[in-house]
Design a protein. Structure first.
Length: 134
């Protein structure tokens, strides 16, 4: 945390979470039920205009973007690399199938909860050159 007050930091976190300055202000400050919406909006706007607060908001937004990219994009790539590496090994078919199933789970392509909803079945077929190592 930078040199923000606890309330300013709370505002920045809530703003990144909600995308709504007024809601972020309500969550991070003591706002009474009788507080006018115009007052909340005015105070929230003032906080967003504060250079330290706006810099922290940008920093938190970048962190959120970085986490999102790691959780989907890079994990898929890493699983694909693991699959390709496993298929080079004579006994790697099992590891390759695990990597394929990991990608399917990551992208929610498996019907793991048969009782609850609609899903997609995934069938793994290893053919051609890759099948020869089985």
């Amino acid at each position: 945390m930078s040199d923000l007050t606890v309330k300013q930091e709370g505002f920045a976190l809530a703003y990144v979470e909600t995308g709504n300055a007024s809601e972020a202000y309500r969550r991070s400050h003591d706002v009474g039920a009788d507080t006018k919406p115009e007052t909340v909006w005015s105070e929230a706007s003032r906080l967003l205009a504060n250079p330290k607060v706006s810099a922290r908001v940008k920093e938190l937004q970048q962190e959120a973007r970085d986490l999102t990219m790691v959780s989907i994009g890079t994990l898929t790539q890493e699983l694909e690399e693991a699959r390709a590496h496993a298929m080079k090994d004579e006994k790697g078919a099992s590891a390759a199938v695990s990597a394929i199933m990991g990608k399917a789970k990551l992208h929610k392509l498996l019907d793991e909860d048969k009782a609850g909803g609609v899903g997609v079945s995934v069938q793994v077929v290893i053919a051609g050159r890759d099948a020869s190592i089985l």
